[in-house]
Design a protein around this ligand. Structure first.
Ligand code: ADP
Ligand code: ZN
Length: 809
């Protein structure tokens, strides 16, 4: 039917939808998303003059609201007006005013990935894009504007009709012969003339110019010395072949590479990457930030000529330069932390996540994405295999390998027949009862340290608490130094004589007498790395000791410097927090001591046992890597705890087998999706009331949604069962004895309750936890969006959503 016909009946002033008008239906409509409120995305008409320049992935300047205000946003989709009948058409769309970028910042694949992250993690698309595209790329760091000259086709066609001097003709010919636009200097060189004669032709319109941004100066990437690869052992070969088949077939598959520490996982990745490169594709290798040591960089650079290593100390021009090279397909391998999952590879052939269980793969600010899941989605969308490597895979990963969703490859032994180190526990209760409780180093550990040093070996001691003393208390009046903003005890730092809040960095000069009762004998208790170092100096005078924690590693590069020193043997003993538990490979380390294995064991977090298991297993793996063998001593008050027992036996399977049933019984990941909502504000009652309101509304709507039999589902009734709401299992909340009503719950809301960190940076915090089966999680996301839309935050209160949370505090 002729669409114009319809207008006769609609009346003249009825607005016409674009698809009702032949002239309009071919016009382009752009969807634009913003990184700041009002976020959008909104639709804009693309004016004819900008038609060639408006593209998905470029930014555009558009009008916002009623006045003349404009904002820059990302063009996230383009469609002919006729194809967007979902538009709420109220008169003409506003038009895009201008285009910011000369070319798209990201391609369609990354745009789709960003959209998925936005949906999955409940984060505005514009905010996601700001994370995907580094600031250095947005600002085109290290580029400058250059003018490029060219001849319009019409001029060239008419060249014989103009009265031109021979020199001018030569200039035009040189320009026409070039396969790209030339800068005035380049043209002058090629035509053998001055830039002044070129200027004359420009003025007359024979030559036109355009301005483009180009990278200023090339940075060199120097390949390191090439290295002879070891030949793979049988287990490595089998694992390699598992990865090879999807690489060769160019299809997606996820392979879990479970290999004990020192089993040669990296060598397997490298072989697989070689095959990827042979096929003309690119590989992304993701490692925890802390593992981006020169050792890792060197290892990849020694094997591949074109490696981009993206670490946090890169300057903006360097970062932009790498991004551009990757996007042109010139970098074969990209090694980087979390955000390298967004590397703009045009031909993705493989993603590797090394130490895939590591907590740093979860981003703790908006968008709160889990790199493992993002990598999985991206690899599936781009038909690339994904390798998840670890000695202690996350249970989320392990369960998927067990269920057959992922393929499992195991490296049960260390390379070259080296044994895993023997691990023994030291029962700190017995030490205490025997009256040997002085200091933090038990007698057996002390003996082992002495023997190791005598044998010229090196020692690593791990204590996962920094500072000197974790509590500052007056024994006379009971005063405890606390953070005024977080209400948590301050940690004493001796080196700069301060009392520091480890959650917000609030600092006081360390009190030498009680601020309340003026008593002079303030007591420092609780052990931190700084105090451990002092104790070591007293016990082993003259020993070269190195301490690595976030206090001593503040300066960029200090991490590398310290590790180089330890490698060279300039320090014999290394003290550190968990930052030393990962990835380090020092053949001369013959003893590892864990000062207190229990620091993470009693956290109000359903992953507390898993964290403890991972930490002890990983730090134990730092020894016995050379021919001299290794020994590990674990000091603990809970030697019989299953997580510690499994760790001392290097028995991941045992750990997983005993841990998974508990997760299943309580509906925790990997058995169901967990979504945490945090409400924070300066007023405790207002924040709490809002959290309660959110909880009630969420419960009502979820109950409504999941009890309703689906009307048109071909799969039969999808939802049944009842809802439950309780504070019983929310970590950190006082159990109130109200278990979830109705038995087998389809979903469960825990809380709201005060967060374990009930006050942070002056704001009171409440949280609630939604547990829901994976297959209903998307519907729950929709409900959460509705709830947040319908219940705006009261002034001074903020809410945030954390999907698949890792931080439970
Ligand atoms: P993982 O990543 O599993 O901890 P690595 O890949 O770092 O282990 O390997 C540990 C060491 O063993 C490295 O120095 C590596 O070069 C070496 N290595 C790897 N595979 C073999 C092999 N098949 N034979 C001998 N040495 C090997
Ligand atoms: Zn604080």
């Amino acid at each position: 039917m002729d669409s114009r016909q319809g207008r006769l009946f609609a009346g003249d002033d009825a607005p016409r939808a674009p698809w009702e008008d032949d002239e309009l239906r071919d016009r382009l409509v752009a969807e634009v998303a913003f990184a700041e409120p009002p976020f959008g995305p909104y639709d804009y008409a693309v004016p004819e003059a900008l038609r060639d320049r408006v593209e998905v992935g470029r930014r555009a300047r558009v009008p916002i609201g009623k006045g003349e205000r404009t904002m820059v946003g990302y063009v996230t989709a383009l469609a002919a007006a006729g194809d967007r009948p979902r538009l709420d058409w109220r008169g003409p769309l506003k038009e895009i005013r201008g285009v910011v970028d000369a070319r798209p910042l990201i391609d369609g694949n990354l745009m789709r990935l960003a959209r998925w992250i936005s949906d999955h993690y409940l984060c505005e698309l514009g905010v996601v894009l700001e994370t995907v595209i580094p600031a250095a790329v947005r600002s085109q760091a290290g580029t400058r504007e250059k003018t490029f000259l060219s001849i319009p086709d019409a001029v060239w066609a008419q060249r014989d009709n103009w009265p031109l001097q021979a020199r001018q003709r030569a200039i035009l010919e040189a320009l026409a012969a070039a396969d790209r636009g030339l800068t005035p200097q380049e043209l002058a060189e090629r035509a053998g003339c001055s830039t002044a004669s070129i200027a004359t032709l420009r003025k007359k319109g024979f030559i036109v110019d355009s301005v483009e941004r180009v990278l200023s100066g090339e940075l060199l990437d120097r390949p390191e010395q090439q290295e002879l690869p070891p030949s793979l052992n049988d287990a490595q070969q089998t694992a390699f072949e598992r990865i090879l088949s999807p690489v060769r077939a160019g299809r997606h598959e996820t392979i879990v590479l479970h290999g004990v520490t020192g089993s040669g996982k990296t060598e397997v990745y490298i072989r697989a990457i070689e095959e990827v490169i042979r096929r003309g594709k690119q590989a992304i290798v993701l490692v925890p930030e802390i593992s981006l040591t020169p050792q890792t960089r060197q290892r990849f650079r020694a094997r591949f000529p074109h490696v981009a290593v993206l670490h946090s100390n890169l300057g903006d021009p360097e970062r932009n330069w790498h991004w551009q090279r990757i996007a042109r397909g010139e970098s074969q391998v990209i090694v980087g932390a979390r955000s390298a999952v967004f590397a703009p590879t045009p031909r993705l052939g493989l993603i590797v996540l090394d130490e895939e269980h590591d907590g740093s793969f979860k981003q703790d600010t908006h968008p709160r994405y889990q790199t493992r899941e993002v990598a999985l989605w991206r690899a599936a969308a781009e038909q690339a295999p994904l390798v998840l490597g670890s000695a202690t895979p996350a249970l989320e990963t392990w369960q998927r390998a067990r269920s057959g969703q992922f393929t499992l490859a195991e490296l049960p032994h260390r390379v070259s027949g080296r044994p895993l180190p023997q691990v023994d526990t030291i029962d700190l209760r017995a030490e205490f009862r025997a009256g040997r409780g002085r200091g933090s180093i038990s007698n057996p550990l002390h003996d082992a340290i002495r023997k190791t040093l005598a044998a010229r070996g090196q020692v690593i001691l791990m204590l996962n608490r920094r500072g000197f003393a974790t509590s500052i208390q007056c024994p006379a009046c009971g005063y405890v130094a606390r953070c005024p903003d977080c209400d948590l005890p301050l940690t004493h730092h001796k080196a700069d004589a301060t009392a520091v809040c480890h959650y917000c960095d609030f600092q006081l000069p360390a009190p030498d007498r009680c601020p309340e009762c003026r008593f002079e004998g303030i007591r420092l208790s609780g052990l931190g790395t700084e105090r451990l170092e002092e104790e070591i100096h007293q016990r082993y005078p003259g020993l070269a000791v190195l301490r690595m924690d976030s206090d001593t590693m503040r300066k960029p590069g200090s991490h590398e410097y310290a590790l180089a020193k330890f490698r060279a043997g300039e320090a014999r003993l290394l003290i550190g927090t968990q930052m030393i538990a990962k990835g380090l490979d020092f053949p001369n380390v013959m003893l590892v001591g864990v000062i207190n294995a229990d620091t993470a064991l009693h956290f109000p977090d359903f992953r507390a046992a898993e964290r403890t298991f991972q930490l002890v297993t990983q730090v134990a793996g730092r020894t016995g890597r050379g021919s001299a063998g290794g020994y590990v001593l674990v000091q603990t008050f809970n030697p019989e705890h299953p997580a510690i027992q499994a760790a001392i036996r290097h028995d991941y399977h045992q750990f997983a087998t005993q841990e998974l049933p508990g997760r299943q019984a309580f509906g925790y990941p990997p058995f169901g999706t967990l979504i945490r909502m945090i409400v924070r504000g300066e007023s405790e009652p207002v924040s709490q009331a809002y959290a309660e309101e959110l909880g009630k509304s969420l419960e009502t709507r979820l109950a409504h949604r999941f009890r309703q039999p689906p009307v048109e589902s071909p799969f039969g009734p999808l939802y049944s069962g009842t809802a439950g709401r309780s504070a019983a299992h929310i970590p950190g909340s006082a159990p109130e004895g109200t278990a979830s009503r109705g038995g087998a719950a389809t979903f469960r809301i825990l809380g709201p309750a005060p967060c374990p960190l009930a006050k942070l940076r002056g704001r009171f915090r409440f949280h609630l936890m939604l547990q829901i089966p994976d297959e209903s999680a998307n519907a729950a996301r929709t409900v959460i969006r509705e709830v947040l839309r319908d219940l705006p935050e009261p002034p001074g209160v903020q809410s945030l959503v954390d999907v698949d949370p890792v931080d439970m505090l």
